[in-house]
Design a protein around this ligand. Structure first.
Ligand SMILES: *Cc1c(COP(=O)(O)O)cnc(C)c1O
Length: 345
């Protein structure tokens, strides 16, 4: 079979959740962000595993993502929607029992009108200027909103992966100023915020990337392994060219493996000529261009049989691969393609 194998360790995922949970005090509830299909790994599988590890609250980006999570975790645990209550979402929010985090006075009005009495939360902007009500807007609607009993008030940190950044303390102070005395559970910390320490934890944390083995959680266990089968091996002589555009010329006699994955699988074309794959413990450079379904790898250093090469695994995590092309582990994970044979371990 030519399908690459994506192994997803639910054991590592659960261990990462427990490790992040142990960073906050016993009274702080550690939730789980499972947006973007569980950071590309399968929202249903991921949410089910995290619930079994002890997660009691889930977060998605948009209402459509809530359905799969609801099916996986059963009817009782809350699922919050960062994008809030969008036009046309009422039925989905009601059927999947979602808790929209209302981002504006407009969303507040929409929610109260469409689904009176249905649980909701509030998202405030404390300086990131992405989602949430501005302080003045919140001041105008706070009495009405609080009168309806929000389940959670949250905000999001812009620079939590840089512990020394003054923005963290600034947003913390702003969040307190806006919410002290509200009498509603509060959440400020994603993965980075959990690692900033207890001042940032409030009542509920909502880590994402750290669960999936990514930075800034340096202690995370790797969750994914991507292993790509060899279709063909050939010997080329010094001076021969390889792949589209003749972009690689062999500098010596070498042995090349053609393997079955490419940019259609989320292996970005920008990795052309730059990535390293691994045959067990032997590093093997990618040569020439990444094409849609195939990669060409210099396997001259490999002795004996060769059936598969790892792009992600014990020698190269999502952040290592991200560094090669100046992106972040989040983008590598969420870009994982749909042609892989996924195996949950
Ligand atoms: C994505 C997201 C999270 C999770 O962030 P990580 O950095 O992956 O832990 C938490 N809160 C909000 C608002 C988000 O958009």
């Amino acid at each position: 079979m030519a399908q690459a194998q994506l192994d997803i360790s639910l054991a590592a995922l659960k261990a990462n959740w427990r490790a992040l949970d142990s960073r906050s005090a016993a009274g702080v509830q550690t939730g789980a962000t499972v947006k973007a299909n569980g950071y590309g790994l399968g929202a249903g599988h991921v949410a089910h595993a995290l619930a079994s590890a002890g997660a009691r609250r889930f977060f998605v980006a948009m209402a459509e993502e809530g359905t799969a999570v609801r099916a996986a975790i059963g009817p009782d645990l809350p699922i919050h929607v960062y994008g809030g209550h969008m036009e046309g979402d009422a039925r989905l929010i009601s059927e999947a029992k979602l808790t929209p985090m209302l981002n504006s006075a407009e969303q507040l009005a929409r929610h109260f009108e469409a689904l009176p009495g249905h649980p909701f939360g509030i998202q405030l902007d404390t300086g990131m200027n992405r989602l949430g009500m501005e302080p003045a807007e919140w001041e105008a609607v706070a009495a009405i909103a609080l009168g309806q009993g929000p389940k959670l008030i949250m905000s999001h940190l812009a620079c939590a992966d840089e512990p020394q950044h003054p923005m963290n303390a600034q947003q913390l102070a702003e969040f307190k100023a806006l919410t002290d005395g509200a009498g509603v559970p509060r959440s400020l910390a994603a993965t980075g915020g959990v690692l900033l320490g207890r001042d940032y934890h409030f009542d509920i944390t909502r880590p994402g990337i750290g669960l999936y083995g990514g930075q800034p959680f340096a202690g995370a266990q790797p969750v994914v392994r991507l292993s790509i089968p060899v279709i063909q091996i050939r010997d080329v002589m010094a001076g021969e060219t390889v792949g589209y555009g003749n972009s690689f010329t062999a500098t010596r006699d070498m042995r090349l493996a053609t393997i079955a994955a490419g940019y259609a699988d989320g292996i970005q074309r920008a990795l052309s000529g730059r990535a390293t794959l691994w045959a067990g413990d032997v590093p093997c450079p990618l040569v020439g261009r990444v094409s849609m379904d195939l990669l060409t790898i210099d396997v001259s250093a490999v002795e004996g049989e060769l059936e598969r090469l790892d792009l992600l695994g014990p020698h190269q995590g999502v952040d290592d691969l991200a560094d090669v092309i100046g992106t972040i582990g989040y983008e590598i994970l969420t870009g994982l393609g749909h042609r892989y044979a996924r195996r949950y371990i």
